[in-house]
Write a protein that binds this ligand. Structure first.
Ligand code: KG4
Ligand code: ZN
Length: 341
């Protein structure tokens, strides 16, 4: 039997992406059209502008993904699309396109949870990673800890109480007029700075909870900036970034360590856009050494939003249960902006 080719489509936020995956995780193509140019001057995502760009580019992006994979439309056996969580209008572009694509060709369709997709990225290059895996997912909308029993089956241990990790990187960057997205530029500035400011992160329930709260560091940075403004001095941006980044990474790794000691996983993994951060990646590797556990950190292109992770998640869902009628009954399927994993 010919191996299944899955077309993955992602449009939950500010990236329009399409990918073709063979079997469960062989990547044939991955195309990502980022919208950072549009949102940069606003210091954050403008939903209406995001939706308009998705509408403009989704067809050419899918065509490019097929072409790069050397696949014709008729070769595709499954469509997988992000249903949520995300911006409702943005999700609707991908979901509507995917439904039409699948329906026109009588193909099965999987609606994929975006957070499942991010965690699935850990298995694309490491399909045999030891299980259960403790996965820290840090993105623009989420900071979650999951215990992954197997690809596609995961239990949430804790998550964002207020601002997500990526969100605070973005907000802190905006406070210092560093542009959007904030993560990469804060990381770059932090490399040139010295950790010399106190940026406290709340320890929820004295360290007994697996939830995160990052509104504290955001306020701390705001206060540091205000003090310099009141003195009429320029903000030492690099030092603020270094101090802020260290505090957030300390908090993320400390919680992951606590959770690992509690649930005793066989491996740990990092997922989501913030996992592109070099300092966090280094600290996570060290954490693995401390815990004596293998560490899975996907390449940056698989951490940031992409459609490979959606195609791989869909392929797993479908191949684990190919006879299920749900894959063909998708005309009622809607975007689900608040869907938690
Ligand atoms: O996973 P992702 O691409 O989209 C969401 O699902 O949200 O994550 C985007 C987030 C943004 O907040 C961005 O600032 C952050 O990831 N990010 C980073 C870095 N690169 C992207 N945060 C810290 N350091 C980075 N190098
Ligand atoms: Zn994401």
């Amino acid at each position: 039997m010919k191996e299944l080719l899955t077309l993955g489509i992602e449009s939950s936020c500010d990236e329009t992406a399409a990918a073709v995956v063979r079997g469960r995780h062989e990547v044939l193509s991955s195309i990502v059209a980022s919208q950072h140019d549009i949102h940069d001057k606003y210091g954050g995502i403008v939903p209406e502008l995001a939706c308009r760009r998705h509408v403009e580019v989704i067809r050419p992006i899918v065509a490019e993904a097929l072409k790069k994979a050397g696949a014709k439309v008729e070769d595709i056996g499954l469509v997988a699309v992000t249903r949520g969580p995300g911006l409702v209008g943005a999700l609707l572009v991908g979901v509507s396109y995917a439904k039409a694509f699948a329906f026109a060709r009588g193909l099965p369709l999987c609606g994929v949870n975006h957070l499942h997709g991010h965690v699935m990225a850990s298995f694309v290059e490491n399909p045999d990673a030891p299980l259960p895996m403790l996965s820290l997912l840090v993105s623009g909308g989420h900071s979650e800890l999951f215990l992954v029993e197997r690809p596609g089956a995961m239990k949430r241990l804790g998550g964002t109480r207020d601002d997500a990790a990526g969100e605070v990187f973005d907000k802190v960057a905006r406070m210092m007029n560093l542009g959007y997205p904030g993560g990469p530029v804060v990381e770059k500035m932090a490399r040139e700075g010295t950790v010399r400011f106190d940026v406290p992160v709340a320890r929820l329930h004295g360290g007994e909870s697996f939830d995160f709260s990052f509104s504290g560091p955001k306020t701390a940075v705001k206060n540091i900036i205000r003090v310099f403004e009141e003195k009429g001095e320029p903000t030492p941006v690099a030092d603020v970034c270094a101090s802020f980044q260290k505090s957030v990474i300390d908090a993320l790794t400390a919680k992951t360590k606590l959770a690992a000691e509690r649930v005793r996983p066989k491996s740990i993994s990092l997922a989501g856009g913030v996992a592109c951060n070099g300092a966090l990646r280094e600290r996570f590797k060290k954490l693995g050494d401390t815990l004596g556990l293998p560490v899975v950190i996907p390449p940056a292109a698989l951490c940031a939003d992409n459609a490979v992770m959606i195609a791989a998640a869909g392929a797993h869902m479908y191949m684990d249960n190919p006879e299920s009628p749900q894959w063909m009954n998708y005309l009622e399927m809607d975007a689900d902006p608040g869907w938690m994993a």
